[in-house]
Write a protein that binds this ligand. Structure first.
Ligand code: HDD
Length: 691
């Protein structure tokens, strides 16, 4: 079969129901004449049981909810396609990785892990990055995260780590947060969490957007080519917009101001045609080189530093269509690590092995039985024929008498496929050994890569990790847990980390004993080194009041839009604001928005406008908060006076002041590069600003 970018959309179209121009019916297709009053005896009498429409309507409502995912309950998804840059036949026979002209449809769901379905998007947490490829050979699911390692090494401990991080069982608190005793109790007793802890305490756990975070397959997989040669592979997703994060104060406030911040951002970007794009990267490791590498590839708490094995970018994922219906698609999509196509195979990573079981199993209760693969979003494009049958909510109507193999009654059909005709064969890896519940010694180094991560951070990133630990451990009630984390975990990662955390918690300085690996730093781990050459899709707030210099707003808008960014005008009231040279349309009233929702702020000139803003506490707070969060702020002409009123020095990093006006080339160039920098951490006085 030949598929294209539209294939899944076309397949879903058969199940879509468009009410436009249609009459309302019951579930049985019977026309409804009245739906606002139940059937009763007399106008004030009892309601009648025979009102089947009323009973059906309520019954259906009563049963609308299904169990939320036990982890990753909160998520947002999009459709798109994947296209390989050039054939990867040397490494894999997977057909979707052969032909650059093929656009394989995908459905991608991003998520947080710990929170419930209705929890806020911007919490400190790992983000899920799950991709379902609807390939010609069946579905391949790459169920990854935005962090390349995991908390534990063996899936038997998954219920433990998830119970520990989820709200505590006696009072169901806190929601969507790891800052509580049971999580840190677990961490303090399970040193294999050390590396992951560094990542979740870092800026990686506070993405600016789903469009600006990396993704990782985490485990080592195998790629197998048509000759049966296998190589190990680590999968990466690299966002074309670079990797950018929020700051913690901003994340917490956003959770209240706009709990749907990431969901909205993804939706709006796609609606605006700013399609999120990520390159698929692979680190390929020859079996013969494994020993030389000196990294246990079966240990999911380890990365292979990009400096040792470069990430080769082999294709691009583009998300270009929002789902039609959240429940039908985003909620009912069922990812499964075991969904692989010929040419991609598993390894003996004990975390991966547990996942191979858990994902199918969880859908049985979440989606109510074994036929969940027949739900439209889960159906492969490749034809499905087998002898699996019956079960609750069966849709497929199998024809014929033979529901077993081998058979002669159906002419032996459905037939098996040989390996060279698309039949999946497991790579015949050699395995020997005795049954045991012990881990290999090669899984015992828990700290060298945690230290590598910390030491690879820039100064502000290190400060953020320390601040995150002080916040999280500061919320822990039991002193002995705080102490154990510092002494048993942090002191083995790095003194520069453990000592300030101990100090901030009022604990004695721990005895530091650090185990270092064979590389000191991995620059690829620091998001300070990400791409900073574009402001595409960034949102800039322009603060205005009556009397604003309208030409300044329009000149700034033109300069920013030229770079693919968007200027939104904010004023006290919706409608229009009059000023010198005309009027400007207001996009958001100050009441409904906050600096948190923008990447940068622009204060246009106009003496009357600035005079009003200088006396407006909300406007002052807006600018001060953006300053504190280290965002670029530009002011032209009289706009500079608002900066002074906020106590902000016009020479502070990331502050752009221009008296020539927003139309000048110098203004555009400096403001654009200040926004592209994302944040200006070196504002020494930012903690003195009251916001
Ligand atoms: Fe998992 C969901 C990613 C370890 C068991 N996981 C789930 C989702 C993502 C991940 C992105 C949400 C999929 C969606 O959007 O529907 N999980 C990971 C990664 C892991 C990982 C990257 C480590 C490398 N998970 C993991 C283990 C187990 C599970 C070790 C069990 C042994 N995960 C599940 C689950 C979920 C799930 C219980 C809940 C909902 C679902 O599967 O469909 O089966």
């Amino acid at each position: 079969m030949r598929i294209n970018e539209r294939s899944k959309d076309e397949a879903l179209a058969k199940d879509r129901s468009d009410p436009t121009g249609q009459r309302m019916t019951t579930d049985q297709g019977i026309g409804i004449e009245h739906t606002d009053d139940s059937l009763r005896v007399g106008t004030r009498g009892p309601t009648l049981l025979e009102d089947f429409h009323f009973r059906e309507k309520l019954t259906r409502f009563d049963h609308e909810r299904i169990p939320e995912r036990v982890v990753h309950a909160r998520g947002s998804a999009a459709h798109g396609y994947f296209q390989v840059y050039e054939s990867q036949a040397e490494y894999t026979k997977a057909r979707f990785l052969q032909d650059p002209s093929v656009k394989t449809p995908v459905f991608v769901r991003f998520s947080t892990v710990a929170g419930s379905r209705g929890s806020a998007d911007t919490v400190r947490d790992v983000r899920g990055f799950a991709v379902k490829f609807y390939t010609e050979e069946g579905n391949f699911d790459l169920v990854g995260n935005n962090i390349p390692v995991f908390f534990i090494q063996d899936g038997i401990k998954f219920p433990d780590v998830v119970h520990a991080v989820k709200p505590e069982p006696h009072h169901e608190m806190p929601q969507a947060a790891s800052a509580h005793d049971s999580f840190w109790d677990f961490v303090s007793l399970v040193p294999e969490t050390a590396h992951m802890i560094m990542w979740v305490m870092s800026d990686r756990a506070l993405p600016r957007s789903y469009r600006m975070m990396e993704g990782f397959g985490v485990h080592t997989f195998r790629l197998v080519n048509a000759k049966g040669v296998s190589r190990f592979v680590k999968f990466h997703w690299k966002p074309l917009l670079g990797v950018h994060s929020l700051v913690w104060d901003e994340s917490q406030k956003l959770a209240g101001k706009d709990p749907d911040y990431h969901r909205r951002d993804l939706w709006e970007a796609i609606e605006a045609g700013d399609y999120p794009e990520y390159e698929l990267g692979v680190q390929i490791i020859e079996e013969a080189d494994v020993e030389k590498l000196g990294i246990e590839l079966l240990d999911p708490t380890k990365i292979v530093p990009e400096e040792l094995v470069p990430v080769r970018r082999i294709g691009k994922l583009t998300l270009n269509r929002n789902p039609t219906n959240f429940f039908a698609e985003t909620e009912q999509v069922a990812f499964c690590v075991a969904n692989v196509v010929p040419g991609i195979d598993f390894t003996d990573d004990p975390l991966m092995q547990a996942r191979l079981f858990s994902y199918l199993d969880t859908q049985l209760s979440r989606l109510g039985g074994p036929n969940f693969a027949e739900i439209p979003i889960n159906r492969p494009l490749a034809p499905v024929h087998n002898h699996q049958q019956d079960g609750i909510k069966r849709h497929r109507i199998d024809a014929g008498r033979a529901n077993y193999h081998p058979n002669s009654l159906s002419g032996g059909c459905p037939m098996l496929s040989a390996a060279n005709k698309g039949g999946f064969t497991h790579f015949p890896a050699k395995v020997t050994g005795e049954k045991t519940r012990t881990r290999s010694e090669s899984f015992s180094d828990h700290f060298s890569q945690a230290g590598l991560f910390f030491r690879s951070m820039s100064k502000p990133e290190k400060e953020h990790i320390i601040a995150a630990l002080l916040f999280e451990l500061g919320k822990v009630e039991r002193k002995e847990i705080r102490q154990r984390v510092v002494e048993q975990i942090l002191a083995k990662i790095d003194g520069e980390l453990a000592i300030p955390v101990a100090e901030g918690l009022g604990l004695p300085a721990p005895k530091v004993s650090v185990v270092k690996g064979n590389i000191e730093k991995s620059p690829a781990l620091s998001i300070e080194n990400t791409k900073k050459n574009s402001i595409k899709t960034r949102r800039i707030a322009a603060l205005v009041a009556e009397g604003v210099d309208v030409s300044e707003v329009e000149a700034a808008r033109a300069a920013l839009e030229k770079e693919g960014a968007k200027l939104l005008v904010i004023a006290k009231h919706l409608g229009t604001v009059k000023g010198a040279g005309g009027k400007v349309e207001v996009d958001r009233s100050a009441l409904t928005t906050a600096s948190l929702e923008y990447d940068a702020v622009f204060i246009p000139g106009g003496a009357a406008s600035v005079a009003v803003l200088k006396k407006d506490g909300d406007a002052l707070h807006f600018v001060q908060e953006a300053y504190r969060h280290c965002k670029a702020i530009a002011a032209t002409k009289e706009g500079a006076e608002l900066l002074s009123a906020c106590g902000i020095s016009t020479s502070a990093p990331g502050i752009v002041v221009n008296q020539e006006g927003a139309g000048s080339n110098a203004f555009a160039a400096t403001f654009v590069s200040a926004i592209a920098e994302h944040r200006h951490w070196d504002r020494a006085d930012r903690h003195t600003i009251p916001a």
